[in-house]
Design a protein around this ligand. Structure first.
Ligand code: CS2
Length: 483
């Protein structure tokens, strides 16, 4: 029994739930045919749901063993619950909770390394997916390839065969290499992280790892990877704030069982995938996923409009003393910011994607959802690896054609302001960002130094840009957002 006197969520408890609260597919019928890296809330509210519904609609037994790269806590909690957890959809008018059951196993990457490798080499496993966030790829800000000078990557490259690996890229490369050495059965490796060309980005860091390794057969491995492994690009979308104690209590009240690891999300979800898989995959299209020859128009629209607005609301909202996205939308500038950013960036989007005006209308509704408590701090974290995807490519493209960029400049000023020490926002480049403020330089020079840290030397040299950004800083410091 939990503190609230509820029985724990597990397979036995399913019989006591209302039919619409039970998993769509019977968990006992599913087998691990997918390995996923990144056991966060987003994966459990997105790919697992699509997979479960695809299994339910097709009768095919697709299940997922999810691997947690770092923390073993969620792994333990999930195993205690027979890998079941609840998903609560937060609608403006109320919530809907049910149990999801397509996770067939939970592993912690380091202690369970042998089991992870065995699955990666298993011909029954034909899909590997990842949600490890932008920083999990360890890309060089300058080249986009694997940053082999990153201490964690360097340590993995230096590890003895069979030794401890701490990066997902290292574990994946080692696992795929073992699969290639065994029977080279085809597999698709699918990045579900918010990066343009995420399939290409993932393929590149994996190949870079193999190339930089000391493995005597690395050249053969690279050849086999090129033949047998596909890296389709994808666009994932669902707003999934980190769950709180209040969410745990609400899930317990709705289902009558105690769930230690619930997830909450908005009702909306979308998945667009490049139709270039190398091996069998779940029929996710049965649950509404879209398979297209080229995801770029969807990807850039989502990254630049949704994620771009999210990051802008987060940085500026924090400056204005707000806490959540819905709070920031409730200011007199929130909705205007989203619409103005979308309008400014729209000319940079390729044809063939969603209509930017309609997309902006939908964003306003999604961001205003009062039932979602999406913390600005969560979104503002890792800004150095997010703005390079969300703002800077559009900024470059607009400036190259001589267009004005006032909204992106304001957003960038919000990010600059958020990096000012003592900033407690997590970021893989936090020390390097803080060091830019120690230069005692003019504000425009600090902006320039910060842009160099994120690999944007070209923008750092654009003095009109850095001056315009610097000019916004004192208002932001006083908590004012003037669009
Ligand atoms: C957010 C995303 O935390 C963030 O940076 O912008 O997680 C966003 O909620 C998702 O990409 C929505 O699909």
């Amino acid at each position: 029994m939990s503190a609230a006197g509820l029985p724990p969520l597990n397979r036995k408890a399913l019989a006591g739930l209302a039919p619409e609260q039970r998993p769509a597919a019977d968990p006992a019928e599913l087998r691990t045919r997918i390995v996923h890296f990144g056991l966060g809330a987003f994966h459990r509210a997105h790919q697992v749901v699509y997979t479960e519904n695809a299994a339910a609609c097709s009768g095919e037994p697709w299940g997922i063993t999810a691997v947690a790269p770092r923390s073993a806590e969620t792994v333990r909690a999930l195993r205690d619950q027979d890998c079941l957890y609840s998903l609560t959809e937060r609608r403006p008018g109320g919530s809907l909770s049910r149990v999801v059951g397509a996770v067939t196993g939970a592993l912690a990457m380091r202690p369970d390394a042998a089991a992870v490798d065995a699955l990666l080499a298993d011909p029954e496993v034909t899909v590997v997916t990842l949600t490890v966030t932008e920083k999990g790829y360890h890309r060089s800000a300058r080249t986009g390839g694997l940053d082999t000078t990153d201490p964690a990557v360097a340590a993995d490259l230096a590890a003895a065969p069979g030794g401890q690996l701490t990066t997902v890229v290292g574990r994946l490369a080692a696992g795929l290499a073992a699969r290639m050495r065994a029977d080279a059965s085809p597999v698709s490796v699918v990045s579900c992280d918010n990066m343009a060309d995420n399939g290409v980005a993932l393929s590149r860091v994996v190949s870079d790892f193999v190339r930089a390794s000391a493995w005597p057969d690395r050249a053969e491995i690279l050849d086999r990877l090129a033949e047998a492994v596909a890296f389709p690009s994808t666009v994932v979308d669902r707003i999934v704030p980190a769950a709180t104690d209040a969410d745990r209590a609400a899930a317990g009240a709705a289902l009558g069982v105690h769930d230690a690891v619930p997830v909450v999300g908005e009702p909306y979800r979308q998945w667009v995938l490049e139709d270039s898989f190398a091996a069998p995959r779940p029929p996710w299209e049965l649950d509404g996923a879209l398979f297209v020859p080229d995801v770029a128009p969807y990807q850039l629209t989502k990254l630049r409009l949704l994620n771009g607005s999210h990051s802008a609301l987060a940085c500026l909202g924090l400056a204005a003393g707000r806490t959540t996205i819905a709070d920031a939308m409730a200011t007199d500038w929130g909705e205007h910011l989203v619409r103005a950013l979308c309008a400014e960036v729209a000319p940079t989007l390729p044809a063939g994607g969603p209509d930017p005006g309609t997309y902006a209308d939908d964003l306003v509704v999604r961001f205003r959802n009062p039932a979602m408590h999406h913390l600005l701090r969560q979104i503002a974290s890792d800004g150095s690896v997010k703005i390079t995807e969300r703002w800077l490519p559009a900024l470059r493209s607009l400036r190259a054609r001589g267009a004005a960029t006032p909204v992106l400049e304001l957003a960038l000023a919000g990010w600059v302001n958020a990096t000012r020490p003592p900033s407690d926002i997590t970021d893989p480049a936090r020390d390097a960002l803080a060091a830019c403020w120690a230069l005692a330089a003019r504000p425009a020079e600090t902006v320039s130094a910060l842009l160099r840290v994120v690999g944007a030397a070209d923008l750092a040299d654009d003095t009109a840009l850095t001056t315009a950004v610097a000019d916004r800083l004192s208002a932001l410091r006083a908590g004012r957002v003037d669009i």
